[in-house]
Design a protein around this ligand. Structure first.
Ligand code: IPM
Ligand code: MG
Length: 370
């Protein structure tokens, strides 16, 4: 009997819809060749939801998300909604989802694929050994602090972190480091901000429970510089909501393209997976978007939420082999290289996936016959 999972798909805007199509093709394919089945419910979000019912996300969509085993999101936003007030903008839907579902952990791994070292804007020898994860706190800090507002004389936001918020995200980072190279860099601005002095101290207290982890502190400005100077020095970067937003874009670019990076947003009960890239209105509707970040997000979902790490690993391997075979979308192609579109890239990944599957199965047959 196939194990059945309920997935909520939120394609969103721009290339979000195009890469979501790729994700759903992958799910269908994985379901056809393994003992899993996916029951997908699709809902509009962001600009698409504003057009459909006037708000970036509605209560019914939140309910569907709450009922799912995992949520997949494409991307939200576009120039046609840029003049709306903060509360009605497409981005609000993402923040609302994070808040309503308690998704306090954001994992953004940045790993350089061997086949893509040349696609980075940095020198090959600088980026070659990049393998880090940004652990970004996602439901606190200045993104959610009260009071907030602006009038024609002043604009203001509030940056607060509570002990519980810092402790739980610090634990996520420590646990993750134990499964990796054992190093956490806590990034803050404790030379200026009291909220950062508090963050620094609480993280050190949590680290005492993890003798197997080496904890370093780094100011955020230095961290931005070190990321482009020598990214290989980082294992797990632990940081607050806004610094994580900025540093994860930097980390993403090291790998060659924002179009490559997946992410997971996790809470105690719910989980959402999305590419780090945005809706890219400039290339939307052309079938040119790189689907690999979205497909890698599906792999993270299979591994983390659906607890089928063997399927997640196969999908990741399929991405790697597709790149190694030379297939490139425009964002990661060297000049003069042959470029393929979203659908063709997805098809290539699925063919690789089948080859890996077939090899694994014949290997297992061989073991049985022995
Ligand atoms: C991200 C995005 C969002 C954020 C925006 C779209 C609200 O930049 O997920 O990194 O700032 O968190
Ligand atoms: Mg961002």
């Amino acid at each position: 009997m196939a194990q059945a999972f309920r997935i909520t798909a939120l394609p969103g805007d721009g290339i979000g819809a195009e890469v979501m199509e790729a994700a759903l093709a992958v799910l269908e394919h994985v379901g056809a060749s393994a003992t899993v089945a996916f029951e997908v419910t699709t809902r509009p979000i962001g600009g698409a939801a504003i057009e459909a019912h006037g708000r970036p996300i509605d209560e019914a969509t939140l309910e569907v998300c709450r009922a799912a085993d995992a949520i997949l999101l494409g991307a939200v936003g576009g120039p046609q909604w840029d003049r709306l007030p903060t509360e009605s903008r497409p981005e609000r839907a993402l923040l609302r989802l994070r808040e309503a579902l308690g998704l306090f952990t954001n994992l953004r791994p940045a790993k350089v694929y061997a086949a893509l070292v040349q696609a980075s804007s940095l020198k090959e020898e600088v980026v070659a050994d990049t393998d880090l994860v940004v652990v970004r706190e996602l439901t606190g800090g200045i993104y959610f602090g009260q009071p907030r507002g602006y009038d024609d004389q002043r604009g203001w936001n509030t940056l607060v972190y509570t002990r519980n918020e810092v402790e739980r995200i610090a634990r996520v980072a420590m646990e993750l480091a134990l499964k990796r190279r054992g190093k956490v860099t806590s990034v803050h601005k404790a030379n200026v901000l009291e909220s950062s002095q508090f963050w620094r101290d609480v993280v050190h207290q949590v680290a005492e429970e993890y003798p197997g982890v080496t904890l370093d502190d780094m100011y955020v400005d230095n961290a931005a510089m070190q990321l482009v100077r020598q990214p290989g020095q980082f294992d797990v970067i632990l940081t607050q909501n806004m610094f994580g937003d900025i540093l994860s874009d930097v980390a993403a670019m090291i790998t060659g393209s924002l179009g490559m990076l997946p992410s997971a947003s996790l809470g105690d009960k719910h989980a959402l997976y999305e590419p780090v890239h945005g809706s890219a209105p400039d290339i939307a509707g052309q079938g040119q978007a790189n689907p690999l970040a979205m497909i890698a997000s599906v792999a993270m979902m299979l591994t983390i939420s659906l607890e089928r790490p063997e399927l997640g690993a196969r999908l990741e391997q399929a991405i790697e082999q597709t790149l190694a075979a030379g297939y490139r979308t425009a964002d990661i192609a060297a000049s003069g290289a042959q470029v393929i579109g979203t659908d063709e890239m997805t098809r290539q990944v699925l063919e690789s996936y089948d080859r890996i599957n077939a090899a694994t199965e014949s290997h297992q047959e061989a073991i049985k016959e022995d």
